[in-house]
Design a protein around this ligand. Sequence first.
Ligand code: XIL
Length: 397
Amino acid sequence: MQILKTALAVGLTAQVANAGLHAAAKSKNLLYFGTATDNPELSNSAYVTQLNNTADFGQITPGNSQKWDTTEPSQGQFSYEKGDVVADLAEANGQKLRCHNLVWHQQVPGWVSSGSWTNETLSAVLKNHITNVVKHYKGKCYAWDVVNEALNDDGSFRDSIWYKTIGEEYIPIAFEAAAAADPDTKLYYNDYSIEWSSDKATAAQNIVKNLQARNIKVDGVGLQAHFTVGQTPPRKDLASNLKSFTALGVEVAYTEVDVRMKTPATEANLQKQKTEFGDIVGSCVDVEGCVGVTIWDYTDKYSWVPSTFEGYGAACPWDEDLQKKPAYDGILSVLGGSASSSSSASATAAPTPVSTFATAVKQATTTQAVVSETPAQKSVEPEQPEQPEDEDEFCDA
Ligand code: XIL
């Protein structure tokens, strides 16, 4: 497998210059590079043009429209209109869909959060929700984030309505219901501040181990990667942490990447951000079993950061005017693409990833004997920024 990965990497180097983030990611044998999106911004045609650029984005995630408050706003009344808009867009573009999410402590409708539940009644509500939503999207989701953010930073279980009422058993209940509703989608545990070795990362690994010990299907761990400039862990630490998950036999993905900074942004911070985006994506390239990277929207115009972290913003690889920032080139260059100009004009000029990849596979096959003696391409170490100082910094609002 490593030989093939190396062959793919070598065979594609010349092909991916300026090809786009997804095309370049595929050349490094990731399955996808993608972005979150959300329904309101789909009315902006310039935004949608870039979202549809499959050279950059081979995957999309609905940022809000599959969450509980949207999909089951009243008990038993399911609403899929908004989620379907994003799912249909992915299908029309041939982009993979990461489905997000089934159980979370936020964006839960009032009828759930204010209901008076017993373990039994809330477990039934949980199973019913998951069964309906997963069946509705059956066959459409590459993966589902089944349980989102179940842990506190010290690795204990978050005191959500789910944990308070059902105890930690809500997690196996959720995974079992999802597996029964769509046996072919990948089932993920997804969280933040598990991107470096920590009690919280260990606790996330324990969630996986506990499911596995009971033969309950769990396929992956999503590491959100909402970082702050200057606090992104070094590439080698990110990679070794990813390996502590893949060692359990699950795949991993970075699911919600952004790297925020104090605003207004400075050139120095934009340059640091370029390196740090490169480190995050590079660590995925470094690890067999890291399948892809999703940014939490591609443009600062629609980022959740400014409204969530006061005084911070500029967290995405495209700026508020949909122009590429240095971070774009930082990502492209760790993926083996060559640096582009900093305009978004290439959105329409990029080649399609499908033909690029097909060509590369052929080349890789024919050059395999030669490149099998070539050292692995996945070992470049960048300069190492500081370790995160304050893990609370990473908390969601
Ligand atoms: C965020 C959305 O981007 C915002 O629009 C919304 O107001 C709050 O949720 N972790 C997650 C995501 O798993 O679902 C969150 O998305 C960001 C943090």
